[in-house]
Design a protein around this ligand. Structure first.
Ligand code: ATP
Ligand code: MG
Length: 331
């Protein structure tokens, strides 16, 4: 499917690739195009080093979906990993004894031979901020919402791939917490009644975990469904970007994420007035463009979208809209 069909028909589109190649620019431009073609669009940055607000030329308070002034149907959001941590504190900092108001009873538990308590307490996995930020995004996608299309501006490749592998990490982790929770609740059922303080404490952890677990499962299904999601690879015509794109495409196959379009950005145009430096760069780019055609377009059957190098920096509505035209019609 070509990009305009994707933007008009899918539920999600993710823009990803190497650092600095134009992911944010392409995500913003596509989101504007979709919004102006009648789709209620949310553009989300999942890159902790956000630049979506800068690209759109608006202030985006972390974690708050903000309507983009002057563009009907467009809302933008930069996710806030820290806010997620606060919301899920009860899950990431699990100490069953404290939770049940029995903080002083660790010794008793040791005597009972409960090595799992330590396991429980040690279970906060590395990279949990990221994992929870991802879970939050999946929850947003999977909860009833008003948007027809969600456009993702992702972080540079390595980070995004870790992000896409998180459903596996998360569901393993949640399953483990759930099993231990159930075990503990049985074990402590009788003890708990002896401690009035414990009874007052409300525990909605199971509910939160269940919600998260459902969102992850449905989210993973949607991310891999070509009728719902497509990953658009953004690159520049350089040797290093070709190598990285190859690796990225392999990983996307591994995670079963559909890819049908590759954007080659920042192309020098053939103009009479090109200086020697620009001519040399154009030549280098054209050689690499041939390789890209051979490797990714002809062999893998992806669509190629070519975007020229602009004289100006690309920011705010007018320029983004110009890029949008190239995204739809190529050079
Ligand atoms: N075709 C282009 N012509 C001229 N400038 C461009 C073009 N595409 C992107 N730029 C500029 O290059 C810079 C990087 O673009 P952008 O922020 O979209 O890249 P990115 O891939 O999102 O970067 P990061 O990996 O840091 O998130 C920006 O200043 C943008 O204006
Ligand atoms: Mg970016």
């Amino acid at each position: 499917m070509e990009l305009n069909d994707l933007l008009l028909n899918l539920k999600m589109i993710m823009f990803g690739g190497k650092g600095g190649v134009g992911k944010t620019t392409c995500a913003s431009s596509s989101a504007i195009w979709a919004a102006e073609h009648g789709r209620n669009t949310l553009v989300i940055s999942t890159d902790p080093a956000h630049s979506l607000g800068d690209s759109l030329g608006i202030e985006l308070p972390a974690g708050v979906p903000t309507p983009v002034e002057g563009i009907a149907n467009l809302t933008a959001l930069e996710i806030d990993p820290k806010a997620n941590m606060a919301e899920y504190k009860g899950l990431t900092n699990v100490n069953p004894m404290e939770e049940m108001g029995m903080g002083g009873m660790g010794g008793l538990m040791d005597n009972m031979g409960m090595g799992e308590i330590q396991e429980f307490a040690d279970m906060t996995p590395p990279g949990i901020d990221e994992a929870l930020a991802f879970a939050k995004v999946l929850e947003l996608i999977e909860t009833e919402h008003e948007y027809d299309l969600i456009v993702f501006d992702t972080a540079p490749t390595g980070h995004t791939l870790r992000f896409l592998s998180l459903p596996e990490t998360l569901s393993g982790w949640i399953g483990k917490i759930l099993r231990l929770r159930i075990k503990f609740s049985k074990l402590f059922g009788s003890l708990k009644r002896m401690f009035s303080k414990a009874e007052k404490k409300e525990d909605n952890t199971l509910e939160v975990l269940e919600r998260m677990s459902n969102a992850i499962e449905n989210g993973r299904r949607d991310l891999t469904d070509p009728d719902k999601n497509s990953f658009v690879v953004v690159m520049i015509p350089e040797e290093m970007a070709i190598a990285e794109t190859g690796r990225l495409l392999n990983e996307l196959v591994k995670y079963q994420i559909p890819v049908s379009n590759i954007i080659v950005n920042q192309l020098y145009q053939d103009q009479n007035e090109l200086c020697d430096f620009c001519k040399a760069r154009r030549e280098m780019q054209q050689k690499n463009l041939d390789k890209i055609r051979d490797l990714f377009i002809n062999k893998l059957g992806k669509n190629l979208i070519e975007i020229p190098l602009f004289k100006e920096e690309i920011r705010e509505y007018e320029k983004l809209r110009e890029v949008g035209e190239f995204l739809i019609n190529s050079i």
